[in-house]
Ligand binder design. Sequence first.
Ligand code: 6GU
Length: 251
Amino acid sequence: MSWRATVLTLFPEMFPGPLGLSLAGRALSRGDWSLEARQLRDFGLGRHSSVDDTPFGGGAGMVLRPDVVDAACDAAMGEGPARPLLYLTPRGRLLDQALVRELAAGPGVVVLCGRYEGLDQRVIEARRMREVSVGDYVLSGGEPAALVLLDACVRLLPGVMGGAESAEEESFSAQDSGPLLEYPHYTRPAEWNGMRVPEVLLSGHHAEVARWRAAQSEAATRERRPDLWRRRTDQASADTHSVAWAATRNG
Ligand code: 6GU
C-alpha cells in the first residue's frame, strides 16, 4: 500500500501541477505515491452547489460551510488506513521538517485547502483537523501550501530520492543538536569573473573540507537564522546538564 494523498479543493486543476514533474512526478508515475484532487463543490448544496456563506457576526468575505466540508471529508477518508486530516491555513502551526518526517512515515494525508475568509470552526474541531501553515505570509488559498507540504513529504518516501544520503545531508535534516543551514557549494570553473573557489575545496584534504563546511554551516546559521542557532545552543546546554545529572546519579 503506497503513500496516499487526497486534496480537497475548489481548484483541483492545480494538481498535480508541479508535483507531476521531476522527482515527485517520476515517483507518482512509478506508484511510490498517489494523488487524488477532489472538487469541494461536488459536495455543495442547492441549485448552485454552494460551499460558503456569510460570516455570523458580520464582516468581510465568505466562510466555508461545516456541513459541506464534513461531507467532503467523509468521501475523502474512504477505505484504507486512517490518515491525518490537515487543514491548511495561516492560523496553523508552522510546517517544519519534524512534521514532514512524521507525515511521510504514515499512510498518507488528507489535505483541505482553505479559500475565502476561512472555514467554520466547528468542523475543524469535530473532525480534529490539524491546522498547518507554510509560513508567516498570506496566500490567496491553501493550494500552493498543499503543493509545498506534499513535495516535502514525497521526497522522503522510500526509493524516491536516488542517494539515501542526499535527503538527510541537507539543511534541516535530523541532527542531535538541531538543524543547521547548509554550507555553500562550488563547481567549475575554479575561477569565474575573477572569483576563486575557496582553496580548501581544491586541496583534496577530506577532513579539512569537512571542517570548513561545518564552520560555514555554523556561521550561516548564526547570522541568518539566530532562532535555529539559539535552539541549538539551548539543546547543547540541556545535554551538558543531563550528562552532569547522570554523572551525579551514577556517582
Ligand atoms: Cl496554509 N494558506 C494560506 N491561505 N496562506 C498561508 C498558508 C496557508 N500558509 C501560509 N500562508
